[in-house]
Design a protein around this ligand. Structure first.
Ligand SMILES: N[C@@H](CCC(=O)N[C@@H](CS)C(=O)NCC(=O)O)C(=O)O
Length: 399
């Protein structure tokens, strides 16, 4: 494994000079530089993902920012992903030691352990909890706008169907996958009735982000973090790359497009710093209020419905299914019926665990920073059940 970008002479950094065996220095474009490093005894990470994949977009900036040598490969479900994980999900990351990592939260946790410098996870109380909050919001709530803008606009749908073919090279697989994705919209709560409030949320998010990012930088200051990586899923892989929303983003939120550019092409020698003294910029608070107002109730309603199901489950049900029925929630006054995802509790646990691990003064600082944002309600929730990973599968802890 190669760790963080070093100073001068780190010849494995993307797009930098590469030392050949004969020590002839040649400039190679970014992707070639990674491939060029292969086969020299120091194996690269293998990243099986796709440009238009939400969760691939969350991991890719982390690999680049940490200066890790990797090859990005198309998703080979039959020969690699299914045999290694038993799941048809992307992305997966195979380490130089041939360990398989699946689930972007586990992947980023592992990368932070393996290559701690430069860091993605703040260690100061407020910034750390806020980073996990953004991850929860981006992974769980932002799926709604991302799927709506991809599948409810004809020009976006036409283009993504073509992209799916390019990703798989297989017309039937691409058509089946597209059908499954489009068919999932009502289960997520994305319907003609809820589309206006989903769009209203997105418009407000883009406006607030444009203000927040207008001085350059990232969510927590002049350095990217877990929070930015998570937000790249919906904002880059879907909204930026899809036809209709891509135009909308370029026309209405160019500052967000610049942030996407910074995220996808991190400068290896000057990673910057997060705000001093565990601070949050004044422009961050309206963003937390937006998350607290719209996303926190939806997330909590999902978790409550899951816990109600879990209360009455058969004692032998160790591993909850991905969805356990449906429940109703409300977004900006509009009722919404959604499938009840078990995974949402696992994601909320990440925020609660980060908070609980803090010393008392850290928890007080977080309470103060989040007071009356609505995000405080997420931290006030105490789950009755706990989920853990067994291999790549969610299971009830202690069973
Ligand atoms: N929680 C997982 C989600 C991965 C995921 O949903 N990936 C999408 C592509 S971006 C996928 O493979 N979906 C296939 C499906 O839902 O059947 C992660 O963070 O890695």
């Amino acid at each position: 494994m190669r760790s963080a970008p070093g100073g001068e002479g780190d010849d494995q950094s993307p797009g930098r000079l590469v030392t050949t065996p004969r020590d002839r220095r040649v400039a190679l474009p970014t992707r070639m530089a990674f491939i060029n490093g292969m086969g020299d005894g120091d194996r690269p990470y293998r990243f099986y993902g796709a440009e238009i994949s939400y969760f691939s977009a969350k991991v890719r900036p982390a690999l680049r920012y940490k200066g890790l040598r990797y090859a990005e490969l198309p998703p080979d479900y039959r020969n690699v992903i299914l045999p290694r994980t038993g799941l048809a999900f992307i992305p997966i990351l195979v380490t130089p030691e041939d360990e398989t990592l699946q689930d972007t939260s586990d992947i980023l946790d592992a990368l932070e352990r393996r290559a701690p410098t430069p860091p993605l996870y703040p260690t100061s109380a407020v910034q750390r909890v806020v980073a996990f909050l953004w991850e929860l919001y981006a992974d769980e709530f932002m799926l709604l706008p991302a799927m709506h803008y991809r599948w409810d606009f004809p020009e976006s749908e036409r283009r993504i169907r073509g992209d799916f073919f390019v990703m798989t090279g297989d017309t039937k697989a691409a058509t089946d996958f597209a059908g499954r994705m489009k068919g999932s919209l009502p289960f997520l709560g994305v319907t003609p009735e809820t589309a206006p409030v989903i769009e209203a949320h997105t418009t407000e998010l883009l406006a607030l982000l444009s203000t927040h990012l207008s001085g350059g930088g990232y969510l927590l200051g002049q350095r990217m973090s877990l929070a930015d990586c998570a937000l790249m899923g919906p904002l880059y892989a879907h909204l930026y790359l899809d036809a209709a929303s891509g135009l909308m983003l370029r026309e209405t939120a160019p500052q967000v497009c610049l942030w996407i550019q910074r995220m996808n092409h991190p400068e290896p020698n000057t990673p910057g710093t997060w705000l001093a003294d565990d601070g949050l910029a004044p422009t961050h608070r309206p963003l937390l209020e937006l998350i607290g107002r719209d996303a926190a109730p939806l997330i909590l309603d999902t978790v409550r419905a899951f816990e109600t199901w879990a209360d009455g489950r058969e004692a032998c049900t160790d591993e909850p299914p991905r969805g356990v029925g449906e429940h109703t929630t409300v977004l900006r006054g509009t009722p919404m019926t959604r499938y009840t995802s078990s995974y949402t509790l696992w994601m909320l646990q990440r925020v609660l665990d980060a908070y609980d691990a803090l010393p008392a003064e850290g928890r007080t600082a977080v309470d103060r920073a989040l007071a009356t944002t609505g995000c405080d309600r997420l931290l006030d929730y105490t789950p009755r059940h706990r989920l853990e990973k067994r291999g790549f599968t969610l299971a009830f802890a202690g069973n």
